[in-house]
Design a protein around this ligand. Structure first.
Ligand code: HEC
Ligand code: HEC
Length: 327
């Protein structure tokens, strides 16, 4: 048997040497068999247009100013803002990562293509300006900009430029936030606290207070609750938005395909953070049609018979089922 093996090997060696040359064959033979690297999903995710495509004229200056405002909002519009003091000191980029370009990092890829659109929260057709002001009044716990201010025009121009090439009505792959599957039980803020203290506290602080930058006008690590954080009318106050955001983006450095939190941890941390005090907003005129409230909107009245506790922490599947039956 052994002899046969040697003979076969020699034949293969000779043929291979003749075909590809001796050095090549030896190289091939010595190359260790590569252990397959982890296969990443083929993504085809949306990518922001290249910066070099921003026009060099005045329209380009407006786009660049818009990007600057989104990345460094506090410097211009925060409590010590050089243009005006209308917001809480956070940057749009704290939540819309990499100036709104990161896949599943709450990016703006679907804004130009889908606005203006009807939104059930306001019960009206919303322009991009209205949507930007929603985030200023809620996520930045501030006061709206006028539509014809230089700052609003610049942010809208930047967001429109980002959407260049996205067909009208379409949301590209990787837009917005990931949708996490629901848990079959309520999210648990006590477990969330333990996970928070293990994985978030170094940057965001024991009391969610964040860490100010040396210039004291912006945050190196933004706050997660308390007076300087987003208010209770903000998107992140909904558990599904918070959990989807952190699953693909936190701790800092995480991505949608290299997450560092289990789904359960993401839901539990969302429950913990959003159970703590934060600024309150009068949202009594939100959701004029109460049957359109998202399942995780935590403020009643509701048309589906479930209480605020369940709408805030879940389990959400029974709510979804009940709503389907009502239709
Ligand atoms: C505290 C976090 C936070 C901050 C800060 C923030 N946003 Fe948002 N923003 C959100 C969340 C959450 C959503 C909703 C995402 C969803 O529902 O999928 C959102 C949605 C949006 C949308 C709509 C996106 C879409 O695809 O429909 C726009 C436009 C927007 N924000 C602009 C801004 C601008 C401009 C700023 C700064 C002035 C800002 N946001 C600051 C969290 C934030
Ligand atoms: C290594 C530091 C670091 C760690 C650890 C970290 N974060 Fe963050 N987090 C950041 C930074 C920096 C930003 C703002 C990103 C930017 O502006 O580009 C941020 C932004 C956020 C935001 C949106 C802005 C806000 O303040 O509301 C949330 C929510 C958040 N982090 C939650 C978490 C949670 C939950 C954990 C733990 C699972 C965590 N982070 C772990 C650094 C960190």
């Amino acid at each position: 048997m052994a002899l046969l093996g040697v003979v076969i090997f020699s034949i293969v060696f000779v043929i291979a040497t003749l075909v590809i040359g001796p050095s090549q064959f030896v190289k091939w033979f010595e190359t260790p068999i590569a252990t397959p690297t982890e296969i990443k999903p083929v993504d085809n995710l949306w990518q922001a247009p290249a910066e070099t495509t921003i026009p060099t004229d005045a329209s380009g200056d407006e786009i660049r100013y818009g990007r600057e405002l989104i990345a460094h909002t506090a410097d211009y519009l925060g409590p010590q803002g050089k243009v005006m003091a209308i917001s809480n000191g956070m940057n749009c980029q704290n939540c819309h990562l990499d100036a709104g370009t990161k896949p599943f990092g709450n990016n703006y890829s679907a804004v130009a293509s889908t606005y203006p659109k009807f939104r059930a929260r306001s019960g009206s057709e919303e322009t991009i300006e209205k949507r930007v002001n929603d985030c200023i009044e809620r996520s930045l716990n501030g006061n709206a900009l006028s539509n014809d201010s230089r700052e609003m025009k610049a942010m809208v121009s930047y967001i429109k430029w980002l959407g260049t090439g996205v067909p009208k009505g379409e949301s590209p792959k990787g837009s917005g936030l990931i949708e996490l599957p629901y848990l079959n039980y309520p999210a648990d803020s006590a477990k969330g606290k333990v996970a928070y203290e293990a994985k978030c506290v170094v940057c965001h602080g024991k009391n969610g207070e964040g860490i100010k930058a040396a210039d004291a006008t912006s945050w190196t690590y933004p706050p997660l609750w308390g007076k300087d954080s987003y208010n209770d009318g903000a998107g992140l106050y909904r558990l599904s938005r918070f959990a989807g955001y952190i699953k693909a983006n936190m701790p800092l450095g995480s991505t949608y395909n290299e997450p560092q939190l289990s789904d359960e941890e993401a839901w539990n941390i969302a429950a913990y953070v959003n159970s703590l005090p934060r600024p309150e907003k009068d949202i009594s005129s939100d959701w004029p049609d109460i049957s359109k409230k998202p399942i995780d909107h935590p403020f009643g009245p509701f048309a589906d018979g479930f209480n605020e506790q369940q709408h805030k922490y879940g389990p959400f599947a029974p709510i979804v089922e009940t709503r389907k039956l009502k239709k």
